[in-house]
Design a protein around this ligand. Sequence first.
Ligand code: PMP
Ligand code: GLN
Length: 384
Amino acid sequence: MNKPHPIRSKLPQVGTTIFTTMSGLAHKHGAINLSQGFPGFSISEALISLVNKYMIQGKNQYAPMAGVQELREEISALQREFYAANYDPDSEITITAGATQGIYTTISALVHPGDEVIMFSPAYDCYSPAVEVNGGRTVFVELNSKDYSIPWEEVRQAISENTRMILVNSPHNPTGAVWTTEDLEKLEELVAGTGIIVLSDEVYAHIIYDEVKHVSVASSKRLKDQSVIVHSFGKTFHATGWKMGYVLAPERLMQEFRKVHQYLVFSVNTPVQYALAEYIQNRNNIQELSGFYQEKRDYFLSLIKDSRFEFTPASGSYFQLLSYRNITEENDVELAKKWTVEKGIASVPISVFYPKLTDNKVLRFCFAKENEVLEKAAEILCKI
Ligand code: PMP
Ligand code: GLN
């Protein structure tokens, strides 16, 4: 028999994601799964009824390529209310199959072979592979290890004539850090008026704590015209399995985005789009989210305050980092696996989000869970 031709991998360094690995291990060993980020409670019954309503009404065929008009109009209104930003529903908003597709599509539409994309490590896992598979080069700038703030002078030094894009993410996954208006101003100083495109991952925009207002790139008059913003309904409505999100961009960038989008997915789930359009008319369904998750964060932290872990409360997202520096020197990936198997609690090791696997002895825990799950998890953590 002939030997099959070898495959020339486009992503030779890439394996299975940490989320799949840790959730799989948690499942296998019956561990409490605070690793992969997904809510452990049911979604709104009203929202489910709306999907059902539109399915029964017959909204079951292809949606328009850019998304259902009613939903794009609602999103446009939201952007005006929350950020005083105008996005034309016809030419500047596209509904996507989650933020992951929005990010991938943006990168593949705008990054050419040889282009450099600056991003911050620890970086959410889908960013860099999307750059590489499109022939681009990722340039990582490491966030300050103390508070995960952005070292702007290093960003300045990282910019070259090949820089095509800077990818920002606030609230930040995996650290829960949130950037400030000063950060936005620093970014403006560096890139406003250049050909550099800002890709802003704002999937946790509505999960932000301590009365802090989310700072969106959309609110920057100097950056809006060179920025693409990605959102996810999965985060906002506890429905990560629906894979629904949206992208905002000025028309000239959105035109390029849609050229790829139309051949990648063409359009996304029709009845869910109608349901979301109606559901978000009640802004409270979005605005209550921060308070809801802040209670979860505070409850979880109160339960583990006497443990040996060190932490700074997350400023946004539903992830809490815990440092185990006082407990052991072990490698974070090994430890996360060991504690899943031996202690019955799964988390995500942070080193996997650094290009050089920098191990600062920190694990990420998702607190988007029922209180009783958090109590059981805290009991385990307090015994470690
Ligand atoms: N960006 C960040 C920072 C995320 O945490 C996630 C998912 N947790 C995504 C993008 C992807 O979102 P989606 O599930 O809508 O594709
Ligand atoms: N975004 C989720 C997290 O950070 C995981 C999504 C996924 O599994 N790809 O945990």
